[in-house]
Design a protein around this ligand. Sequence first.
Ligand code: ATP
Ligand code: MG
Length: 367
Amino acid sequence: MYETALRLLEKIGNYGYVAYMVGGYPRDLYLKRTYTDIDICTDATPMELHQIFSEVVTTNSEYGSVTIVFEKVKFEITTFRKEFKYKDNRRPEKIEYVDTLEEDIKRRDFTINTLCIDKNGKQIDLIGARQDLDNKIIRTVSNPKISLKEDALRILRAIRFATTLNFTIEPKLKTYIKKYGHLLKKISKERKKDELDLIFSSPNKAYGIELLIDLKLTDHLEIPNLKKAKITPSMIVTWSQLDALDKYNFNTIEKESIRKINEVKDKNLLDNHTLYRYGLYTCTMAAELKDVDKRLLNEKYASMPIKSRLDIALSPIEICQILNKEAGSFLKPILTDLENQILDDSLENDKEKLTTYIINKYKKENQ
Ligand code: ATP
Ligand code: MG
């Protein structure tokens, strides 16, 4: 990926423009962490990038950046800019392209996100990114008072980076986070949820949650229950304690998981019926809340006589044959009865035993 990125910078350079890797990738490379995507900044405009890369460019019109796939790797390329007249404390109303990297760096959020790499692989550090990376400090590029007012999402980004990198937030920035926490109300719930997801899925989440509480953000984020939430590894278990289904947008799987975790959390997870009805995933999630040993839960699940209706040693068709009847609504209570008996260990899941049970209990009443 790195070599591909250098070739991309070289290519843009061949057309007479300058381009650098910037943001998360140089930061994570410096910290020897695993990285995700590569952000590039350049003095070429989106139109000029279209000319250089003809068929491979998609323009993200809202933000004026372009995404390209170069040698099978995806890059997000943003033209040097300054952003001014922020509206709603989030989006710049107008973007103005600028000529130099220096000016582009000034509009970025945190110093640690301003380290660049040029086409020769050389680090460009204009405002002391490496010093703050070495000292593990999150500091805004501009005055925090102005920076957070311009874009209140930076409040959550600061906490997200502090959490995932295990960095401290500079005291003055902390002060303004507390002061301007209310501006988070103006930020879209999608953006807030993305950041909260990253905080809640970090192995260092306890620190992130502590910051959210200490910096008095839980009410502004409409998650007051975070203060009493139990800190457990899974993101979804954290969300399940926050009563946030009507506050943020969750996908269908998340919604279902949250609903089920809350339903099962007061039940005995090691009970066959609970495991059968809710499945291993939900019970494992709920186990985090109840300090039930996950290994024990796995063992219990593995030893269950049946895990679904398909595991019953007698099929619905076979039951119909035994009872000499066409399939119908009478089957449902019979299957439920079999499930319960088997799960209670009062009936062995064995074809012959089940057949005898059906004959004795149901043959007469169904004739
Ligand atoms: P990640 O590892 O999550 O990708 P990142 O630092 O690359 O972290 P991105 O959201 O990909 O974050 O943004 C790329 C860069 O754009 C950032 O490093 C930062 O320089 C700048 N940036 C992103 N969001 C903001 C913002 N809200 N305000 C100012 N600069 C921003
Ligand atoms: Mg990035």
